[in-house]
Design a protein around this ligand. Sequence first.
Ligand SMILES: Cc1cc2nc3c(=O)[nH]c(=O)nc-3n(C[C@H](O)[C@H](O)[C@H](O)COP(=O)(O)OP(=O)(O)OC[C@H]3O[C@@H](n4cnc5c(N)ncnc54)[C@H](O)[C@@H]3O)c2cc1C
Length: 443
Amino acid sequence: MNENKQYDVVIVGGGVSGTALFYLLRTYTNVGSIALFDKYGGFGQANSHPKNNSQTLHFGDIETNYTLEKARIVKAASDLVATYCDKYGSEKLFKIYPKMVLAVGQGEVDALKDRYEKFKELFPALHPIERDEIAKIEPKVVEGRDPDVPLFALHSTEGYTVDYARLAADMVERGQSARSKDADVFLNTCVDSTRKTKDGFELDSSRGKIQARVVVYATGAHSLTFAKELGYADDLIILPVAGSFFHTPNVLNGKVYTLQLKKLPFAAAHGDPDLCRGDRSRFGPTAKVLPMLERGQWKTIWSFFKLFDLKLSSLMAVGSIIADTTYLKFIARNILYDLPLIGRFFFLPNIQKIVPSIKAMDVMPLKDAKGIRPQIVNRVTRKVSLGESRIVGDKIILNITPSPGASTCLKNGEHDMRDIIEFFGDEFKIDDDRFSTDFPKRS
Ligand SMILES: Cc1cc2nc3c(=O)[nH]c(=O)nc-3n(C[C@H](O)[C@H](O)[C@H](O)COP(=O)(O)OP(=O)(O)OC[C@H]3O[C@@H](n4cnc5c(N)ncnc54)[C@H](O)[C@@H]3O)c2cc1C
């Protein structure tokens, strides 16, 4: 690496977010020199890895915690990924399975029917189905279930299941070959700190110093650490929510989601075929609060507490969220799910809500899932902020991407691309015609 070279744009983080931006800048702008850094030996090895996330391209049709407005936004963002997959994707990148959201019991059935009336216009591919049809599409969902319990589902044939690590690698490859000029990619390179200089930024990395005019951090929860180092986001801390999964024999043909609780988005488990293990179904994720920014990376416990800035308000914010009885019960339950040997017994009812005939001996914990959803907490308001968070500073952008950050990677990348072009004034431009031709509006 040439320590004296100043890149126009440096992107730190080769997950699906950083690589989406790399692809967009290379393909749709004339920005001169761009470098992409990641600390691991491949792209998408952290939260974007298929073992660590649910592999779902979220549209908001079967995610019942989304309001209509939020679903509209997420759909527009996910449409970009669907378009990319349809255009360039192979079997290895994504698969399309049927998907449904399942209501069990009269209360849920009424709520889902009501929701359908409001959402059907936005999602014309979503169809209401009753018990008989559910049984045809997903026999195991009905088999062994009490016939007196009402059942209803919203079903679509368009369930995109994406290997976001492969998507990340694909976007880097396409970005590199988009034009011949100046794109450097450095793996196994950890960036440690950032300093503002007279004409940009200097970053310290395990390979030496990096000079940049504009910097984008797409390092998940770590982005907040870098933001604070530069004096941004004083009010924000992270509540890291780790997710584990369980395997069973193959019992599902597609994705089966259940109704989410309003207060606990993504808390309700779902089941689906696993892209990594075609012979298995996967259920989860659980949601366990862990004091670390990256699961299994013990030194990130220190990084987590460093975000608190020794401020009592940070502890009070986490304390007041955890003290809420809904959260407290949920956190306690999720600790039980991860207990060795007996955790699966506690998790079993969540699976049986979807596939009643599953027995504990069919359920195996998936040991190598290492995903963490960085939920952003405002220590002043003591509230969890849902969705992605972008911190846009002076010629620097820092992205923290809780779920569904993989689904929205290209839209977030588009926002970053437009901000970056603005940072440079008239120096570079976006080829908007090409962008809108490549990503036309989908119905
Ligand atoms: C259990 C679970 C289920 C989920 N399910 C879904 C789902 O179904 N659909 C969906 O859309 N989203 C889902 N998500 C969220 C999704 O996985 C993330 O939003 C998305 O992967 C974030 O991508 P990213 O590139 O921002 O972060 P990451 O994939 O975490 O990438 C960050 C990158 O930064 C690198 N990095 C970090 N620090 C440094 C450093 N100092 N120097 C150099 N490199 C560094 C890391 O190596 C990593 O490659 C889920 C998340 C979890 C945990």
